[in-house]
Ligand binder design. Sequence first.
Ligand code: SF4
Length: 251
Amino acid sequence: MFENVKIVYHQGKQFIPDIKTAKVPGIFRGRPVISTEKVNETELVELCPVDAISVNPVTIDLGKCTFCGECARRFPNKIKFSTDYKISSNIREGLLINEGEDKPVEVNPEMVRNEIHSVFGRSLKLRQVSAGGDNSCEMELNAANNVQFDMSRFGIEFVASPRHADGIVITGPITENMAGPLQICYDAVPEPKIIVLVGTDAISGGIFGNSKAIDRSFLDKYQVDLYIPGNPAHPLTIINGLLDLTRKRKH
Ligand code: SF4
């Protein structure tokens, strides 16, 4: 017993006390900051493996970016990745980072459906669907529920059955083979329900975007409530995004 108390004392706090202000290591690639310095824009656009960079103005689409860091390595004075992990948005255009702008990516509470605040503001149960995912975002979703990040302290948890869920969390680019099961799972979730996309593959298809083996028609039919970028998404990005969606108040 005394030995156990000694271990707990030396380990300190196991959980992150404040999920909104927690610090991540400097090597973490979060929200990019793009300067207005003039560079060879053709070279910049062409080096990106997933067409996440566009010009006039120079913009990085976090929904497409794989956070490989190549653009920052080749053009260090033009692009830097900050450690800002709060990069979720409920609007697809909110994931576009323009040159000369150093402002946070945010959930716009005015665009959040009323029932999300009123019904899911204190409790949110989610069913995860790995629609051709590579298990990276799935692992980070698992980590969001571990003892360190402890997402369940906010009443946000994963459930096994879609019948017990308030919404679905999709990872992966949505392969043809998973398009049907995804639809069945979504149909089984009772109303009102939400759709959350986690990771680059789910948001844009990522490196599989042009593959004939994916079928993203599901996303044409329904409104997506939250985009959580990352490749994979960090647990702090996931938790802060879900909290902002469900608890950030309208003005
Ligand atoms: S970090 Fe993102 S924007 Fe930059 S090259 Fe890689 S995928 Fe493209």
